[in-house]
Design a protein around this ligand. Structure first.
Ligand code: NAD
Length: 302
């Protein structure tokens, strides 16, 4: 695997558009693709980048392809299925795919086997830090894969994040990410429940959150999601409810797949599935609190 000069970037959404911009600024020759073609075109018009609607075109010039897509299903589609499988067919042996989406780890290992048979490397490198971290290039990045493939990918990753963790073999980055988001989702659901109970008893939700944020109940959910987005009804974290519901589902599924009893994970998966179905998956994830306020924290099956 040689040094990376040309990068194909697939998925120019909330996160990908901001992350790809760092690669352009760092001097990489960047070609972007999005199923919503106008997003790729807009990005190219605003940055020194090229947009294409042909995956074969993107692949044939790429040393590395970064994917920043909703889930592993879309990654598999883009890499192996769309446009007759043009991406994998046109990537040259020795090139690498860097999947920065939050995807299911078992699927990532399966994709890695398919790509390895073609001489193409795969690294999973999901991120945490949201759109602000993406904008600033300060994402935390959890990297899984073979050491030599990670070494090739690292210079690209270092442009998008400043806290890089090599957490294990292929799929370990995705496992780490879904477990982190399980915790984020659980603390958000719990903070929302605490405020609901306190309000009914007569406490002021704003005072409650101020107390929690200097006390042991503090979390990202209380500090940022509840304080900045729920209580003032801004609902603009930039992280969709459907994506968080997907992540907590991946975490619960992972526990099942490897035979670990994880009852909290199952409950959190059901609560977010219910909220996502009720509110709409494309709405901001902070709106789950308003759904639970109205309907209670009830598992989806009820
Ligand atoms: P997004 O929905 O804003 O962007 C996804 C992009 O992928 C869209 O532009 C969409 O058109 C495109 N797309 C979908 N299917 C495609 C396909 N088959 N081929 C090409 N393009 C396709 O999502 P996002 O918020 O940028 O999140 C991307 C990933 O990052 C998700 O896995 C998410 O869970 C994760 N993530 C998001 C955040 C956040 O705060 N938004 C934080 C950390 C991780």
């Amino acid at each position: 695997m040689g040094a990376i000069n040309n990068v194909g970037f697939i998925g120019i959404g909330n996160m990908g558009s901001r992350m790809a911009a760092h690669l352009v600024r760092a001097g990489y020759a960047v070609t972007v693709f999005d199923i919503a073609a106008e997003r790729a075109r807009l990005f190219a018009s605003e940055h020194q980048a090229r947009a294409t609607d042909r995956l074969a075109d993107l692949a044939s010039s790429a040393d590395a392809v970064v994917t920043m897509l909703p889930s592993g299903r879309e990654v598999r589609e883009a890499v192996l299925e769309m446009q007759g499988g043009a991406l994998a067919q046109n990537l040259r042996p020795g090139s690498i795919v860097i999947d920065m989406s939050s995807a299911a780890p078992v699927g990532t290992r399966e994709l890695g086997q398919v790509l390895a048979a073609r001489g193409i490397g795969l690294v999973d490198a999901p991120v945490s830090g949201g759109i602000i971290g993406a904008e600033k290039g300060t994402l935390a990045i959890m990297i899984g894969g073979e050491p030599d493939t990670i070494a090739t990918a690292r210079p690209v990753l270092e442009r998008m994040g400043n806290r890089l963790f090599e957490v294990g073999g292929l799929g370990c980055g995705h496992a780490m990410k879904c477990l982190n988001n399980f915790l984020a989702g659980a603390s958000f659901a719990a903070a929302s429940e605490a405020v609901r109970v306190g309000r009914k008893f007569g406490l002021d939700p704003a005072v409650m959150i101020d107390v929690i944020n200097v006390s042991t109940g503090r979390s990202f959910a209380s500090d940022v999601v509840m304080k900045e987005h729920v209580l003032n009804e801004k609902f603009a974290t930039g992280f969709a409810l459907g994506l968080l519901a997907k992540d907590v589902g991946i975490a619960a599924d992972l526990a099942e797949q490897i035979d670990v009893h994880a009852p909290i994970g199952e409950l959190i998966r059901d609560l977010f599935r219910d909220a996502s179905d009720g509110v709409g998956g494309s709405e901001d994830h902070s709106r789950a609190a308003t759904w639970w306020d109205r309907h209670g924290l009830r598992p989806a099956a009820e």
